[in-house]
Design a protein. Structure first.
Length: 569
């Protein structure tokens, strides 16, 4: 008999709720059937009602007993908590709010588990007591441990040997492994779960004793249930076969593409592999054609910037730059701009790496450096195609920048991107590449810097008051704090307990005025350009972020996360 049951019996006996013969009767029954629980015995014997048993449990453990409403409606995504650990320790995360994680446990006295969760997550931990069967059923329900679960599939793969990095696997053997039914089902399960959780990327990461799978949801990585290390070779080979990559080549990076039809939708996956010391790391970029928003009005532009940007993209010639780090939505903004100006009387050609989405009526070129087709070579050719609008995926070198400038000088409208922290820095970056200031001042007509922030879940956002320093910064624009309310997120079933649902943009529009052109000719630094632009009304990324915080669209922590490089006002 379990130690916890013995302590519970002693507790019930001391309270006079059962007699000594009742205790002995249960001990005898328990020896004959392991499946009988103390709760079942007490209720079926009529010694306690369910409500009485619940109150006893609360008093015994000193924590509330979980009701049906306390169990999560959706899985709570918490990094560092594996499904196997939950099952073995018989607990499930119920909710996450205000940096506090609520667990429902069958044994709230298990301080080892509580301390492990606290150390792994660094969150405060609140405990509710729950029935073991209810907890295990909830784990099955939310973490896919049913008949089509990862656990069930892995059970069918016991014959697959342990992965050994140092061994030279037989290529035919790897191909056979990757063609096994359980391996195919396992990879399909990981992909389908990623689509269900709105993930944009799937990361397969090999470590010494672990093969980790993570999903990027709304720009943030989350650990999910991962297969055992021994299945690494089979899974990697399966993905490489799907992407038509060379499974024999494990020393060099490779790039490929997978096209799948999932639940009636065409999904495009871009596959990238790189060799690491513990095996190949693979990232699948999910490009769902049905989910891309090609409406410029829905990107989150403030009304004034949207009006100016829409006027800008109607210009007959010049260079329009969009800046920001990888994953900040630059390509989507440019696609929306092209969609806005795309018409039968315009010829639009793009040079991209890679072509992320196919645009109707637009000639799109995929660069292929392996055969000598880079940005510069492609641009030289497409200028002779008589385009009206040219989109360059990224200005990476002086040669590409020079052709872009000459294209703008000869009457083309050129869109492109740069990796800079803010909009004014784009000018100094091009000058650093060797571009002449007089050419930049006459060709660049506008620069847009942007970031993506997660939008607060409308179901679970709650009002709060930030510290005085943050409040002072938010009010710096002359806003009266009595006219707006700030929100934080706590997580709910609607947002899978992340607190956020979807993303929107924050923007910094650098308008090239006559004064700015003069400063460029005088070779002024980006800080001077920014200072003058702000005096003329330019809002920084963080200032636009604060406007969205005041509007209740996002949170203070999100704005600070994506504008860390920007100095406080």
């Amino acid at each position: 008999m379990h130690l916890i049951e013995m302590r519970m019996l002693s507790f019930l006996l001391a309270r006079g709720l059962i007699s000594q013969p009742d205790t002995e009767r249960f001990q005898t029954l328990r020896q004959s059937t392991e499946s009988l629980t103390l709760e079942e015995h007490l209720i079926h014997s009529g010694l306690l009602t369910q409500e009485e048993y619940r109150k006893v449990v609360e008093e015994f453990f000193g924590v509330p007993f979980a009701s049906e409403a306390d169990y999560p409606g959706e899985p709570v995504l918490i990094n560092h908590l594996s499904v196997q650990f939950m099952k073995e320790s018989k607990f499930i995360p119920a909710r996450f709010e205000h940096n506090e994680l609520t667990l429902i446990m069958s044994n709230p006295f298990d301080h080892y588990v509580i301390d492990s969760v606290r150390l792994a997550t660094r969150y405060k931990v609140r405990i509710l007591a729950g029935r073991e069967q209810d907890i295990l059923e909830a784990i099955d329900r939310h973490y896919g441990m049913g008949a089509t679960s990862m656990e069930k599939i892995i059970e069918d793969m016991e014959s697959i040997p342990e992965y050994r990095m140092e061994e030279e696997e037989n290529i035919d053997h790897l191909r056979d492994l990757a063609s096994e039914g359980p391996v195919i089902r396992l990879v399909n399960l990981i992909i389908s779960r990623a689509l269900e959780t709105r993930a944009s990327d799937i990361h397969f990461e090999p470590f010494e004793n672990q093969f980790r799978v993570r999903y990027r949801i709304d720009g943030v990585l989350h650990d999910v249930e991962s297969p055992p290390k021994r299945l690494q070779a089979a899974i990697v080979s399966r993905i490489k076969i799907m992407a038509k990559l060379n499974i024999a080549e494990r020393r060099l990076p490779q790039d490929g593409r997978i096209m799948l039809r999932v639940k009636g939708k065409e999904i495009d996956f871009r596959v990238s592999t790189i060799p690491t010391i513990h095996g190949e790391s693979i990232v699948l970029r999910i490009l769902d054609k049905g989910s891309i928003v090609l409406d410029i009005e829905k990107l989150g532009f403030p009304e004034d910037i949207l009006t100016e940007f829409k006027e800008l993209i109607q210009r007959p010639h010049g260079i329009i730059l969009v800046t920001g780090p990888t994953g900040s939505g630059k390509t989507t903004t440019l696609y929306c701009a092209l969609e806005k100006i795309n018409s039968p009387d315009k010829k639009i050609i793009t040079v991209e790496d890679p072509v992320e989405y196919q645009l109707k009526g637009v000639n799109q070129i995929q660069v292929k450096p392996s055969i000598g087709l880079n940005f510069a070579n492609a641009l030289r050719s497409i200028v002779r195609q008589d385009p009206d609008v040219i989109l360059i995926g990224e200005i990476r070198d002086s040669e590409t920048a020079e052709i872009a400038i000459h294209s703008a000088l000869t009457g083309h409208l050129v869109f492109s991107t740069l990796h800079t922290n803010d909009a004014p820095s784009a000018i100094t970056r091009l000058i650093d590449m060797g571009m002449e200031d007089y050419l930049l001042s006459s060709t660049i007509i506008g620069v847009l810097a942007q970031r993506l922030v997660r939008t607060a879940c409308p179901q679970c956002r709650t009002p709060y008051l930030p510290n005085s320093a943050i409040l002072k910064e938010i009010e710096a624009g002359g806003c009266d704090p009595s006219n707006f309310q700030l929100f934080d997120v706590k997580g709910c079933s609607n947002c899978a307990y992340t607190g956020y649902w979807g993303r929107t943009g924050i923007f910094e529009y650098f308008k090239i005025t006559d004064e700015i052109q003069r400063l460029i000719l005088e070779k002024k630094g980006s800080h001077i350009l920014k200072e003058v632009a702000r005096k003329k009304g330019m809002r920084t990324l963080r200032e636009d972020g604060w406007a969205k915080v005041r509007a209740g669209v996002t949170t203070v922590s999100e704005v600070l996360r994506v504008t860390q490089e920007e100095e406080s006002l």
